[in-house]
Design a binder for this molecule. Structure first.
Ligand code: GLU
Length: 478
């Protein structure tokens, strides 16, 4: 049987890191087996519908290189791939399920929100009185236009047993299951029904989802059983957590793929990091491209220990990815972060200084603030024991280099460095006694991206001269 997996997001308007990880595992299972990866949009909860949300799903998957073989935009033999377009299919199967004894019609007055699976437990736990309505009478009432829902029958007693690839054999008491709504009065299915119908009709072989679905799995299995269908292989994965107690939620800022990318995390790095949230390759390696993952991924190495989203680790990994970029690729990614900087800067040189230094692109903003304006600093910054400098030496050094710099013909790092070194020798000074004060004068900072000559190149000749003149005024008590 051909392996077929599906990513089945609800269009919520953003891509939760946990959902992207589910997509990744589904994708990898399909690719590793030479199977198909299907995209299905689960939009049956119309109240939660967010305009443009489907586009975000498409864009995110494309951005990380997870191409799908069937989906709403490209079609396929098992469509439609948007649940709201499958309404007649669910209705047909819901009525069939009633005929097969797996469900019943219920006419109790509901508010619509009570029909969503999370909210209907109380009613369902009471064991629905409508279960006793003879089927002919129920059909008559439906034909007469009375609103109804279809509710699942949980008639079995004892424990249900099923196997999960990650959690092993799982037993759940049938008593714990509620007779929830499968088809709502608006004719749309709940998740609990739609996932079974669609996974079966789309011939899905492996279902990857968060472990919060484990407790409902016996209900799905009852539906498969009633229809005489085989359930898929279940792969439940631990939820992505912020820490031991808290789920990773959008509120704490790191749960959304788009937010991370906007901060300057590279999509490739995020994808690499989330692959390791619940899976390991069996050795010490940590850096993997999607293509490499496609070759080595196996559900056997998924584990059930809590997946804690460690932003420090992701940041480190992102730094590795940033350093691995070609200078030109880094430059292109850095450009948007230079928007507020003076246009006279040498941006290529700036990128060369930034690339080895930052771990997340948005650090560029703070790292380059001094290029707009020298920050206020104290003259004590010129004091440095190792460099044997202080404010007096700085004054001498800067007075000395100012005319020299004004005469430099080729404004590049090598020439500047050679010329300044020569001037140190001529004046019986150490290199550091010239370069250190110059670095402070150009930046007003103790640590800088690059040394004095690199800063001079980034700033350009005019601004360098200007900043040294300003520093001299300050050193002279101005
Ligand atoms: N639409 C469900 C969700 O977004 C999908 C769960 C599943 O993969 O079955 O949580």
């Amino acid at each position: 049987m051909k392996t077929r997996t599906r990513f089945a997001p609800s269009p919520t308007g953003y891509m939760h890191i946990g959902n992207l990880r589910t997509a990744l595992y589904e994708y990898l299972i399909a690719r590793a087996a030479g199977g198909d990866f299907i995209l299905r949009i689960e939009d049956t909860d119309q109240k939660r519908y967010v305009e443009g949300a489907t586009d975000i799903i498409y864009k995110t998957l494309k951005r990380v290189g997870m191409n799908w073989d069937e989906g709403p935009d490209i079609g396929g033999n098992y469509g439609p791939y948007i649940q709201s377009e499958r309404k007649p299919i669910y209705a047909e199967y819901a009525h069939k399920l009633v005929d097969l004894g797996g469900a019943h019609y219920c006419f109790c007055a509901h508010k619509e929100e009570d029909e969503d699976e999370e909210n209907n437990a109380t009613h369902a736990k009471l064991k629905d009185p409508c279960k006793n309505i003879p089927i002919e009478e129920a059909r008559r009432r439906i034909a007469a236009g009375e609103p109804f829902v279809v509710r699942q029958n949980i008639n079995k007693k004892g424990t249900s047993l099923f196997h999960d690839e990650v959690y092993g054999d799982i037993e759940i008491d049938y008593d714990e299951l509620d007779e929830g709504v499968l088809l709502k009065s608006d004719g749309l299915p709940t998740y609990n029904f739609a996932n079974v119908i669609d996974d079966h009709l789309m011939e899905i072989t492996h279902v990857v989802r968060g472990n919060e679905y484990i407790s409902s799995t016996p209900k799905y299995n009852l539906i498969y059983e009633a229809f005489g269908w085989t359930p898929p292989t279940y792969v439940h994965v631990p939820q992505v957590m912020k820490d031991a107690q808290h789920k990773l939620s959008k509120r704490n800022g790191d749960a959304s793929f788009q937010d991370l990318v906007a901060k300057g995390y590279l999509p490739e790095a995020v994808l690499n990091y989330i692959a390791l949230l619940g899976w390991n390759p069996g050795d010490e390696r940590e850096i993997f491209s999607l293509q490499e993952l496609e070759k080595i991924f196996s559900t056997k190495r998924l584990n059930k220990s809590p997946a804690i989203f460690d932003i420090t680790k992701l940041t480190w990994m992102n730094g590795c990815y940033i350093r691995n970029l070609s200078p030109e690729a880094f430059h292109q990614l850095a450009l948007p972060f230079y928007d507020d900087l003076p246009s006279t800067l040498d941006f290529k040189a700036l990128s060369a200084a930034m690339q080895p230094r930052i771990e997340v692109l948005n650090q560029i903003t703070t790292e380059t603030a001094f290029l707009k304006k020298v920050p206020e600093y104290d003259l004590s910054l010129y004091e440095n024991k190792k460099m044997k400098t202080d404010a007096d030496i700085a004054r001498t050094a800067l007075q000395l280099v100012l005319p020299v710099l004004k005469n430099v013909k080729y404004w590049n790092n090598d020439d500047l460095f050679t010329i300044l070194k020569e001037n140190a020798v001529i004046n019986n000074m150490k290199n550091g006694q010239i370069l250190y004060p110059m670095r402070i004068a150009l930046s007003g900072l103790e640590t800088t991206p690059g040394g004095a000559t690199e800063l001079a190149v980034i700033l350009g000749k005019d601004e360098t001269v200007h900043r040294i003149e300003d520093a001299l005024i300050k050193l002279n008590g101005g």
